[in-house]
Design a protein around this ligand. Structure first.
Ligand SMILES: [Fe+2]
Ligand SMILES: [Fe+2]
Length: 170
C-alpha cells in the first residue's frame, strides 16, 4: 500500500474508493468476455470489420481491468478474487449474445458502452479534487469508453445503411 500516496486523498474514504473500483473491475472483466465471445459467434454482413472492432475492444477492456486492479492494490485493497463475485458486484451486468447477427451484436455492445460511460462519469465526479490518481485513471478509461461507443455506433450505422441501399436496389 502506498502510505504517503494514500495520505493525499481528501474528503473521501479509501474503503469507498476501493469498493467502487471493485465494481468497475467486475464490469471490465465481464465486458472483456462479452467482446471476446461476441467476436467468436458473430455472423452476417461485414462481420470481419465487426470482429476487428470487437477484438480491439476486448483488449482495451482487459487493459482497463489491469489499470483498476493496480489502483485497488495501491490503495491497500484486494481486487475481486473469484469470478463469481463479478456477478454480485457488477454495475452493468452481462448480456449473453442471443442473436448472433452483426447488427444485434453491435446494439448489445453499444448498450454496454453506454452503461460504462455512465459509471465512469460518476467515478470522475466522485474523485475529482479528492483522489487525483484515481481521478486520472477513471478519466482515461472514460475517454476510451466514449471512443468505443462512437466506433461501434459508426460501424452499426455503416452496416445498416449498406443493408438499406442493397434493399433499395432490389
Ligand atoms: Fe472498459
Ligand atoms: Fe468499452
Amino acid at each position: 500500500m502506498a502510505r504517503r500516496g494514500n495520505s493525499i486523498i481528501r474528503g473521501i474514504e479509501i474503503s469507498e474508493i476501493i469498493s467502487v473500483l471493485n465494481k468497475a473491475y467486475a464490469d471490465e472483466w465481464l465486458a472483456y468476455y462479452q467482446y471476446f465471445i461476441e467476436a467468436k459467434v458473430i455472423k452476417g454482413i461485414m462481420k470481419d470489420a465487426a470482429i476487428a472492432e470487437l477484438t480491439q475492444h476486448a483488449t482495451d477492456e482487459l487493459r482497463h481491468a489491469n489499470m483498476v486492479a493496480d489502483r485497488i492494490l495501491q490503495l491497500g485493497g484486494t481486487p475481486l478474487l473469484n469470478p463469481k463475485e463479478w456477478f454480485t458486484h457488477t454495475n452493468c451486468g452481462y448480456e449473453e449474445p442471443k442473436d448472433f447477427d452483426v447488427v444485434s451484436i453491435l446494439e448489445d455492445s453499444i448498450k454496454g458502452e453506454q452503461c460504462a460511460i455512465s459509471i465512469y462519469s460518476q467515478l470522475v465526479d466522485m474523485t475529482r479534487d479528492k483522489d487525483i490518481v484515481t481521478y486520472d485513471i477513471v478519466s482515461e478509461i472514460l475517454a476510451d469508453e466514449v471512443e468505443h461507443e462512437e466506433d461501434l455506433q459508426a460501424l452499426h450505422d455503416d452496416i445498416t445503411e449498406f443493408v438499406q441501399s442493397l434493399k433499395n436496389k432490389l
